[in-house]
Design a protein around this ligand. Structure first.
Ligand code: SF4
Length: 485
């Protein structure tokens, strides 16, 4: 167990996130809240303030770090919080670098899931050079990752430039899957509970109708529509048809872009593809994760690489001109040759978007409890596999256009979405950069309200599990109306 002893306990979670960059899934708690001899390692972080001047003294094992900083003239409470948090995290990071010099942290001390959002904010504050300098000098981000963040921000610019204050994105969540993947922590219901689907769809329609009325009342404009999961194509063709035409009629339009995560090929049929096409869906994802049959079996997916090829071909013949495919670098038992083989297979198919994830060991996944059984890639191997994914995207003529990080990612890396020029997914950009409000419907979804002028975001989550969502829907609908009041 790792202990944090600090006079600023309100930042315990932020400090713990930095420790996790180096110590992965270790248990971390406040020193005062644990048995005195349970602590194997104690991070002691003390911060004192005199007027606008701060002094930090941090220790772990035989290592020490000291720092001082000054608040700017007339700081807002938000600025004070931001600077205090940053100083504590950086001090802890410097200690960890001394303690574990062998651990790779390509994103330096950054722990948030949206490095590009931070890069853009810094760029807007004082320009590109300032943003680059902060990334590399202050946060210790590698040159390669700084370049990646800058490149993505540039690709996103035209999409963010045209945003209007009344724009919203509409999201629908279908938290059902055919089988549970080994690495998944998403609270999706495994199908087999088909009995819950009709009830869920009925509830979802009430949620959608209320959201559409709210959007109309507030004169919001739909910029994009996205149906994700789980696996939305576990719905029958009839259910998909019904739900999509209902949503479109309620909102009046899907905006400029409509996406459905078709996800797993074992849930897709010709009939469903035709329903999606007729309903006005212009982008779908067909996500192999790997083109290695043995790995697919190992991670609990009941389809083969050939099924993926077949469904991809079918989708093209039905007329889908925008198809995204996902790969995961570092799946259990895979090495860089497997990654290269998957990339080559995808390059033959020529998708329009490619998303390359690095494997994250989620706490509630089956994989976490079976780590001894499944050999995982090292940080170096994970980095090589991500580079193979990036090269593959480059060879297909794509640019990186959005990215995000998750906790417990192999090698402290990132997930990157690549796209052919002009074929970027607006919803993915909006969601990751948090530049647009999102009206979400369904269990386990997040409605967001973005106050653009104030650089402020409020979030309203819906219950994660389906039974609680069904039970609390009326209250949730009321909350959503008040949320956008
Ligand atoms: S398809 Fe996606 S949501 Fe469903 S179990 Fe697999 S990883 Fe989880």
């Amino acid at each position: 167990m790792i202990a944090i002893r600090t006079n600023r306990a309100e930042y315990r979670n932020d400090i713990a996130e930095v420790i996790r960059l180096f110590c992965g899934l270790s248990d971390i708690a406040l020193y005062d809240e644990m048995e005195p001899d349970a602590a194997e390692l104690v991070f002691d972080l003390q911060m004192d303030r005199k007027g606008s001047r701060y002094h930090l003294l941090s220790r772990v094992a035989e290592f020490t770090d000291t720092d001082t900083f000054e608040l700017p003239y007339r700081p807002t409470p938000l600025t004070i919080k931001k600077l205090e948090k940053r100083a504590l995290k950086l001090s802890c990071y410097r200690l960890l670098k001394q303690l574990y010099p062998e651990v790779q942290t390509p994103w330096g001390s950054l722990t948030g899931i949206r490095p590009t959002k931070l890069f853009r904010e810094l760029m807007q504050e004082c320009g590109i050079e300032y943003a680059r300098e902060m990334f590399q000098e202050t946060f210790d981000v590698s040159l390669k990752k700084t370049d990646l963040a800058e490149r993505i921000c540039k690709v996103q610019e035209p999409y963010l430039y045209v945003l209007s204050p009344k724009d919203i994105d509409v999201y629908i969540g279908i938290p059902f899957c055919k089988t549970k993947c080994l690495y998944c922590s998403f609270p999706s219901e495994i199908l087999g509970r088909e009995d819950r689907l009709p009830l869920y769809i009925e509830a979802l329609k009430r949620d959608i109708a209320a959201g559409a009325a709210l959007a109309k009342d507030r004169k919001m404009r739909v910029r994009s529509f996205y149906m994700g999961g789980g696996t939305p194509t576990v719905l029958s063709a009839k259910q998909l048809d019904d739900l999509l035409s209902f949503t479109r009629s309620q909102y009046g339009s899907f905006g400029g872009e409509a996406t459905v995560e078709a996800g797993r090929p074992d849930t897709i049929t010709l009939e469903k593809l035709m329903v999606l096409k007729r309903a006005g869906i212009d982008r779908i994802s067909i996500n192999p994760q790997t083109m290695n049959d043995e790995t697919l079996r190992r991670v609990g997916r009941s389809h083969t690489a050939n099924d993926i090829r077949f469904i991809y071909d079918l989708a093209r013949r039905v007329g889908f001109e925008l198809i995204n495919m996902d790969l995961i670098a570092g799946l259990p038992g895979e090495n860089s040759e497997d990654m290269q083989a998957s990339c080559n297979a995808l390059a033959e198919l020529k998708p329009d978007n490619l998303t390359v994830h690095s494997l994250a060991i989620k706490r509630s996944s089956l994989l976490k409890s079976k780590l001894e059984e499944y050999p995982l890639a090292s940080a170096e191997q994970a980095e090589i596999m991500m580079a193979i994914g990036a090269n593959c995207a480059e060879r297909m003529g794509m640019n990186p256009y959005y990215m995000y990080r998750q906790k417990y990612m192999t090698g402290n890396l990132e997930n990157v979405g690549y796209a052919l020029q002009g074929k970027e997914c607006v919803y993915n950009i909006d969601m990751m950069e948090e530049t647009t409000s999102i009206l979400s419907h369904g269990a386990g979804t997040m409605t967001k309200r973005v106050f653009r002028g104030e650089n402020r975001i409020e979030r309203l989550p819906s219950p994660k599990d389906v039974p609680t969502y069904l039970e609390k829907l009326d209250r949730l609908i009321d909350e959503k109306c008040r949320f956008f009041a």
